[in-house]
Design a binder for this molecule. Structure first.
Ligand code: SF4
Ligand code: MG
Length: 316
């Protein structure tokens, strides 16, 4: 399948002054195919939101390239930049914080259409009504304010806002993490349906593997600013290769008792090190149950160790 997004050696470092550099995203390389859902997973603070925000150009990059439909996003100007601002949209984690409380649902959803001059008057109203129906809300909701809705409904409003300007690509940054468990599956199903109907590509960010399980075609696991494993979702769940992926996966209960025996819960020692002072060599080595001598000396690179499977670990 053809690539819609190619990320090459992307770095996002924050200069905190006094010689302190926070390497939030380091040497991040990834290709996302048109029409797929790529799940990006890791504990909070591992750099996944920063990666998402740098990809969509909410942040400048420090180094590297983000090619969207073959063009370097961070070099776009004028008409091409405006087009990119339509084609890639973001849905945020917190539907409470990301919707302006003083705007009606109609104005929130239509804001992008207004900016890009896509519709006005009765056409604008019709489009909003259509979008509300498309995300499972009622067109009578258009005149209400965000506080009148539940968390799941607000996330639906956020999704309608993203869809309003007909993007090709949506970065969803933990879109279900703040929702009740009972609502999470509904929102995931909405994402899936919209993808089918509209041929969307997703970068779906989450802090645990259980959340991306039912939506991702492929998955990337991040640790301390680095991608440590990238593979198709099925292989990842069946046979994780990186020791960090193994530990993340071991935390998910498995309903199948036969598998249960093979998978024991791996409790990692210690805390995630500060990204201001990362370990030498492999970023995971201070917590890795399988670390050996070379791990403190040499940074493992993300390499293709089996067809379609990339792992950054000296064991492979
Ligand atoms: Fe563990 Fe070493 Fe592999 Fe890092 S490189 S994950 S420390 S075995
Ligand atoms: Mg985050």
């Amino acid at each position: 399948a053809d690539a819609i997004l190619e990320i090459r050696n992307l770095k996002k470092h924050f200069d905190l002054g006094k010689g302190r550099i926070l390497k939030a995203v380091d040497n991040f390389s990834l290709t996302i195919r048109r029409g797929e859902t790529f799940g990006l997973v890791g504990e909070s603070g591992c750099g996944k939101s920063t990666a998402g925000r740098t990809i969509i150009r909410l942040y400048d990059r420090t180094d590297g390239e983000v090619l969207f439909n073959g063009k370097d996003v961070h070099k776009l100007k004028g008409r091409e930049l405006r087009q990119f601002n339509r084609e890639m949209q973001m849905v945020f984690q917190d539907p409470y914080a990301s919707l302006n409380p003083r705007m009606t649902v109609q104005d929130i959803i239509a804001e992008g259409m207004d900016i890009h001059g896509l519709a006005s008057g009765s056409k604008r109203r019709e489009r909003v009504a259509e979008l509300l129906r498309e995300v499972g809300l009622n067109e009578e909701h258009a005149g209400r304010f965000p506080h009148e809705f539940s968390g799941g409904q607000r996330q639906r409003i956020g999704i309608a806002r993203a869809l309003a300007i007909e993007p090709q690509f949506i970065i969803a940054d933990e879109p279900i993490s703040a929702l009740d468990v009972s609502v999470q599956a509904q929102v995931v199903n909405l994402f899936k349906r919209l993808q089918k109907e509209r041929g969307l590509t997703y970068l779906f960010i989450a802090h645990d593997l259980a959340m991306v399980k039912h939506i991702s075609d492929r998955i990337g696991v991040m640790y301390l600013g680095h991608l440590v494993e990238v593979t198709d979702a099925e292989s990842l769940y069946a046979r994780p290769l990186h020791p960090y992926t193994e530990s993340l996966l071991s935390a998910i209960p498995i309903p199948d008792p036969q598998l249960e025996r093979k998978r024991e819960r791996i409790i990692l020692k210690g805390e995630v090190p500060s990204p201001l002072n990362p370990p030498s060599g492999c970023p995971f080595r201070t917590r890795c149950p399988k670390a050996f001598d070379a791990c403190s000396q040499i940074v493992p690179q993300l390499r293709e160790v089996e067809p379609g499977r990339h792992v950054a670990c000296h064991l492979y």
